[in-house]
Ligand binder design. Sequence first.
Ligand code: NDP
Length: 449
Amino acid sequence: MNFDYDLFVIGAGSGGLAASKRAANYGAKVAIAEEDLVGGTCVIRGCIPKKLMVYASQFSHLYDDAIGYGWDKVEPHFDWQKLITAIDREVRRLSMLHISLLEKAGVTLMQGRALLVDPHTVAVGNQQFTAEKILIAVGSEAVFPKISGAEYAVTSRQMFKLPEQPQHIAIIGGGYISTEFACIMNGLGSSVTQILRGDLILRGFDHDIRTHLQSSLIQHGIQYLTQTAIEKIEKTNEGLQLSLSGGKVPELTVDSAILFAIGRIPNLDGIGLENARVAVERGGVVVNEFSQTSQPNIFAVGDCTNRVMLTPVAITEGRAFAETEFGNNPQMVSYKNIPTAVFSQPEVGTVGLTETEAKQQFGDENIKIYRSTFRPLFHNLTGAEERTLMKLLVDRQSDRVLGAHIVGKDAAEIIQSVAIALNLGATKRDFDATMAVHPSTAEEFVTMR
Ligand code: NDP
C-alpha cells in the first residue's frame, strides 16, 4: 500500500521535533502537525520561559548581596510588562528557529489539530493524510482542581501572560513547578504563600534536600501553609479569597493571582486514540520499551506516555524511536540515574537513589551516608545565612556511589557531571581519587569524609 508519508508525527514539542528530524535525516518522508506554536511545553510555556524568569528574579538577591562587596545599595524598579514582553519575543524567536530546523531537515509542518481517523490515517482540519507509521507526541497538561471558583485561578501556562505582577500570590502544590514559581515571584518582589496538602515540598526527593530547601525558602520570606486543602475560591472587593481547611489558617486573600501546580496529565482528549485502537492505561498511552503502542504501526513518546515527564527524556525517547524504526539501529532508553534539577533559589540537583530508596534496596546497615552543610564562600561577605547541603550515598560493600544530592548555587550545573560518574559506576574511591577544583562548591563531592 502507498502512503502519503512514511511517518506522521502528532505534536511538535521536544519529543516530536527530535523524532521527526532524526527520521527525516534517515531519508523518511515525514510530516508533523502542531495546533499551537512549534516548540511545545518546554520551549513555549515551560522550561525556557521559566528559566528566563528565574534569571530575572535572581537580580534582587544580587543587589542585596552586592552591598557586602562594597557596592552602594540600589533602589531597583522592576517592570513586569517589560519582562513578559521580552520573554514572549524570545519564545516566538525560538519557535521560528525550530520551524526553520524542520524545513532544513525536509519535514513538512502542518499547522492545526490532528485527529487519528484509523491506524494509518490522520486528519488535520478538513484534510486527511495516510502514513505507514504514526508517532503520538502530544505532551501533557496541568491538572486543574474541580472546586468552586477554580476559574479565578491559573496554571503555569498563564503565569507567563499575567497582565500585571501580583502583589501577593497563593501557590498550591509543592512540586517542581510550584516551588520554582514560589522562588521566581519572591525574587521579583511579590509576597508568596505556598500551600501544601502535606508538610514538605518536593515529595520523592531525598528527605534532607526537602527539609533544607524548605527552611532556606522560609528564610527568603516565602510563607508556608501546611496540611491545608483548598475548599473554594471567591472574588471579593479585596481580591481573591481562598477558603481553606485542615490547617491553621481558615482563609487567605490575595490581590490577583492563585497558581495551581498540582501535577500534569497526558494530553490525550479528542485525538481519536479509540479510532486507531491505541490502548490507554492510568491516563497515559501504553507503550513497550521501543515506544510502540498496542497498535504496531503507532508509537508514542514523551509526557503523553506517563513515563518520566522531563524534556531530555522525551527527546531521548523520540530519537531512540527514529533510530529503531528508520535508522536500522534498535535503541531502548535507559531510565536509570536520570539527573534532575529544581530551579529554585537555591537550586536543587539530584541523581540516583535517595537515602530512603538506598536503605530500602540495600539495607540500612549497608549504606554509608556522607553529608556536608556549609556556608558557601560567596556569602562570607554578604552576611546571608544561606547554607549549601551536599550528600552522597554509598554502598558499603561495593563502594559504589548510589546517589548524589545538592541544594545550593549552580546545583544543576554540578549534578550534570556527577551523573556521568554514577552512570559509569563510580566508587567513593574514584570520587576521592579525583583532584578538587578549588575554591568551588563542587569540590565538596571529592573531599567528603
Ligand atoms: P509534581 O508532580 O512535581 O508535584 C505535584 C505537587 O502537587 C505535589 O507537591 C503534590 O503534593 C501536589 N498535589 C497533587 N495533588 C494535589 C491536590 N489535589 N491538592 C493539593 N496539592 C496537590 O507536579 P508539577 O505540576 O510541579 O510538575 C509536573 C511535572 O513537570 C513534574 O513531575 C516534572 O516532571 C515536570 N517539571 C520538571 C521541571 C524541571 O525539571 N525542573 C520543572 C517543571 C516541571 P504531595 O507532595 O502531597 O503529593
